[in-house]
Design a protein around this ligand. Structure first.
Ligand code: SF4
Length: 400
């Protein structure tokens, strides 16, 4: 089978306590990744483990606490467990020969409401086989079922991958390419990747690596350079590049160097298109036209990272907005998975979301929409403030 090129698939492992969720996961990966024991309720928090699962590609397992812990502390754990549904691409319900109870049925309702594809793993078939009656109840909801024994099954991973492939969401099974519709075989793509204080030591960041891989997947010539070498790079190429992609923070300099007749965009705009909703983000930035002193703007980042002096979220974006609009909004910052209460914000400016899956970005867009707060992202905001937004989105036939 051709290896599927996908973004990282987030797999939620959910069910009641003591059905063997963590042992199941450990067996699949053949390593001890979560604390497991036969004592009910050992996994008290969500445990994440990333892995490569052939042929699906990179996945993150979200191993959760049991959904039937009715203690006071248990309520909090259940709340945390259910929050991961916002970033779950596929749900795996682990149960045993006792079949489904109200707990699993409630979970099914949530999967349905959120449009999350799911499958059922019936564990412990070495102890007791599930009765036909109980199995038929599960079959009323799905045919995607495997019956296994974590202790005895030798082909567990193969069985599980087969099951996963049946429920893989369209965007993973038919993974959209980052630039595939913008470039053709043998085109030259120039990628501007500043190696500055923010760049991690000794490696490129994920969107840059993804863009290189995507260029190669599309049989293009990927040309990686930095701002000071960009003019030289363009001059030694004897063909016009089809596309230049830059880190948004270098937009101003790169825009000044790259001739107008060459399409220019940024990694974070490509990611907004790949994982989010580019039109919504372009619409969202219009809010800056009417922003006033004291309006609250939320700058949201999906993960915490080392902050430098002129950090993009804390310093660069607020400065650019103040210069563009001439007003002084209040900037508030948030990092992490669960969005804060959005009441009272005039605008959300989201990071490139390179470490976040499509479902989570879309769920954030939904939360913003439901709260009536426009949302945009870093690349769109920076190019808007620099007056080059139309150029940055022209390759996608969009106009501000
Ligand atoms: S997820 Fe957001 S904050 Fe984290 S590294 Fe990617 S762009 Fe930066």
């Amino acid at each position: 089978m051709k290896e599927l090129k996908s973004m990282r698939l987030h797999i939620g492992i959910l069910g009641k306590t003591n059905t063997g969720k963590s042992s199941f996961l450990n067996s699949i990966l053949n390593q001890e990744i979560s604390i497991t024991s036969s004592i009910a309720g050992t996994t008290t928090d969500v445990v994440e483990k990333s892995a490569e699962l052939f042929p699906i590609g990179p996945v993150t397992f979200l191993d959760t606490a049991g959904l039937d812990d009715f203690s006071e502390l248990g309520d909090k754990r259940i709340e945390k467990t259910l929050k991961i549904l916002n970033r779950t691409d596929v749900g795996i319900i682990v149960c045993d020969y006792n079949g489904f109870s109200d707990v699993e049925l409630d979970l099914l309702e949530k999967f349905k409401a959120l449009n999350i594809p799911f499958a059922v793993v019936i564990n412990k078939n070495d102890e007791q086989a599930i009765s036909d009656e109980k199995l038929n109840i599960i079959k009323n909801y799905t045919d995607n079922i495997i019956q296994i024994s974590v202790l005895k099954d030798e082909k567990l991973t193969d069985k599980f991958v087969e099951l996963l492939l049946k429920i893989l969401p369209e965007e993973f099974s038919n993974s959209q390419s980052m630039m595939g519709d913008l470039i053709n075989a043998d085109d030259v793509v120039v990628l501007v990747t500043p190696i500055d204080k923010e760049a991690p030591k000794g490696r490129l960041i994920l969107p840059e690596v993804q863009a290189i891989r995507d260029s190669l997947d599309n049989s293009c010539v990927a040309c990686v350079t930095q701002v000071p070498q960009l003019e030289k790079t363009l001059s030694v190429l004897n063909v016009k590049p089809k596309l230049v992609v830059t880190d948004s923070q270098a937009f101003k300099e790169v825009n000044a160097i790259v001739p107008e007749d060459i399409n220019l965009t940024s990694f974070s705009i490509l990611l907004a298109r790949l994982k989010g909703d580019l039109k919504t983000f372009v619409q969202g930035v219009k809010t800056l036209e009417n922003i006033k002193d004291g309006d609250r703007i939320l700058i949201a980042e999906s993960c915490t990272h080392h902050r430098i002096d002129d950090d993009i979220a804390q310093v660069k974006i607020p400065k650019l907005i103040q210069m563009k609009t001439g007003v002084k909004p209040i900037f508030e910052h948030y990092s992490g998975h669960d969005f804060p209460n959005l009441d009272g914000y005039k605008l959300i400016i989201h990071c490139g979301a390179c470490m976040t899956n499509k479902r989570e970005v879309l769920s954030r867009i939904m939360l913003a929409k439901n709260a009536g707060v426009p949302i945009t992202n870093y690349g769109i905001t920076i190019s808007y403030c620099l007056g080059i937004l139309n150029r940055a989105i022209a390759a996608f036939h969009l106009k501000y």
